[in-house]
Design a binder for this molecule. Structure first.
Ligand code: BG6
Length: 281
């Protein structure tokens, strides 16, 4: 259902079984809430701008066609464009919503001047959320891009949050500039400003906090970015509360260390499947 009667930005809310729900703003096609078993699983900053003036700080912003800084604005244009809502429907155990983004005059005049279609599918079940983008080259030229799902997870306490599945992978440390560092920890914990791009990561990593665990499975995305701004970086961000770094961790599936290339007419689907496995008391 679309909610825009009060003048706020349009969004879609899907409700599923066992108190599951997902909310998606058409602005950026940004998922801003995912509940499973009645509990919120994603972090959305209390300072997030929800009026279309800035990319939404939290949830699942979509990064395309450029990860990080570069010729385009930081993280590209997809997260600050209004996407078209195509459809919402029930499919087996799932509630599904679909969105679309294509080029416009502005993107054709940008440093990434190609014709494309992104079809975005958000699929909710009682215990999972999957978000998948089908990228299609509708141009007459080959193009390449980087892309990522900038997933912000809500955690009760970062000091007891563990990320598993990264052991044996290599990472680039964007804070120190060190490259190709081997991750030797089974349980990765964060205790300072961290910004890392992990490569060669197994298909599934998981985030464990207390009695809960959320697994993050990737489809056709090569890398995982791990990010927490900690106190000093948080203070520099106007749309991030000073102490909120304690309650979030970004585990971001994407292809950012290499570029994805598509020839005219070529298509690729990439995405993530988030699944809640609560450890019962
Ligand atoms: C992460 C990047 O994915 O996004 C960080 O690795 C960046 O370098 C962070 O700071 C947030 O970016 P933004 O543009 O949303 O502030």
């Amino acid at each position: 259902k679309i909610n825009s009667s009060d003048g706020s930005l349009e969004r879609i809310i899907l409700k599923g079984q066992n108190k599951s729900s997902v909310e998606i703003y058409l602005y950026g096609a940004t998922v801003t809430s995912w509940k499973s078993g009645g509990r919120e699983r994603l972090f959305l900053s209390s300072q997030a701008k929800l009026d279309g003036s800035k990319a939404i700080r939290g949830g699942i912003p979509l990064v395309f066609p450029q990860f990080g800084p570069g010729e385009l604005p930081q993280h590209g244009f997809a997260r600050t464009r209004k996407w078209e809502f195509l459809d919402a429907f029930e499919h087996g155990e799932s509630m599904v919503a679909q969105f679309r983004l294509t080029e416009n005059e502005e993107t054709l005049a940008s440093k990434w001047p190609y014709k494309f279609i992104l079809n975005y599918t958000v699929d909710l079940t009682a215990t999972t959320l999957s978000t998948i983008i089908k990228y299609e080259n509708t141009d007459t030229r080959e193009f390449s891009f980087t892309s990522l799902m900038h997933t912000y997870f809500r955690v009760p306490d970062i000091s007891s949050t563990v990320v598993r599945g990264l052991e044996g992978s290599l990472y680039a440390n964007k804070i120190t500039g060190a490259d190709n560092v081997a991750e030797d920890r089974e349980n990765v914990m964060i205790a300072e400003n961290e910004d890392r791009v992990y490569i060669n990561v197994p298909d599934t990593v998981s985030i464990k906090y207390g009695k809960e665990q959320v697994s993050v499975r990737r489809f056709n995305f090569e890398d995982v970015v791990l990010w927490n701004p900690w106190a000093e970086k948080a203070a520099e961000m106007s749309d991030f509360g000073d102490n909120e770094f304690k309650n979030m961790i970004c585990v971001e599936p994407g292809t950012v260390s290499n570029r994805i290339s598509l020839r005219p007419g070529q298509v690729i689907s990439c995405g993530q499947l988030l699944a809640v496995n609560d450890v019962l008391a």
